[in-house]
Ligand binder design. Sequence first.
Ligand code: FPP
Length: 240
Amino acid sequence: MTDKKTPKHVAIIMDGNGRWAQQRNKKRTFGHKAGVEKTREIVEACAEKHIQSLTLFAFSSENWARPEEEVSYLMELFILALKREVRMLNKNNVQLKFIGNIAGFSSKLQKSITDAQTQTINNDGLQLNIAANYGGRWDIVNAANQASLNLAPDELLSEEVLEAELTTKELPTLDLMIRTGGEKRISNFLIWQAAYAELYFSDKLWPDFDSTELDKALEEYGDRQRRYGKTGEQISHETE
Ligand code: FPP
């Protein structure tokens, strides 16, 4: 990564914790614990690389359908990780923000979230966004409802007006979306925001996705030509 372009905003679907554990004859929860360790490594790597914004899919609005034991383990893990990782976030000048329907969590977890956000609020390095109880369709409907409150009687919604109400409104445009774990789908993550993002799929399970794997994704991003509907020739002329 020398003179290649670096994405301003990277999003990651951290998939494969369960399979990683099952391959080791362990419970799925063992994989989630390993997943948190890997999350720390990737956050530190992104901070070092001066990526502006990193959005991680930690818990989707559909994940409530998992076995109760796994859901409550994840909730406890989040509370523990939030308490433990604040020091690492401050050391790396990372500002933490949650996006998603936080009101759906227990009051204990909501308090951990608010405390961790408050403790990192003055950091101005990497903006780390944790998508929790998040769904892309929820984000769009929520934004549309919010935006419609301010519309004049005959005024129609525009892309700009709706975008200004999305949970990502203060973040740079999404440049790169990575999914680990071998599946090739977006799973209701940042569906609006991914309209022109580059997609990168890794076969590595999340606990095996280390900073070398992140470098591979960033390298490939640097080599891609983003055309936004134009022709390759037009883009080459613009960059000459
Ligand atoms: C996907 O693996 C991962 C999740 C459902 C979310 C859990 C993520 C972490 C524990 C790491 C992030 C932690 C924090 C604090 C942000 P999976 O269970 O879907 O794996 P599988 O596809 O192999 O079953």
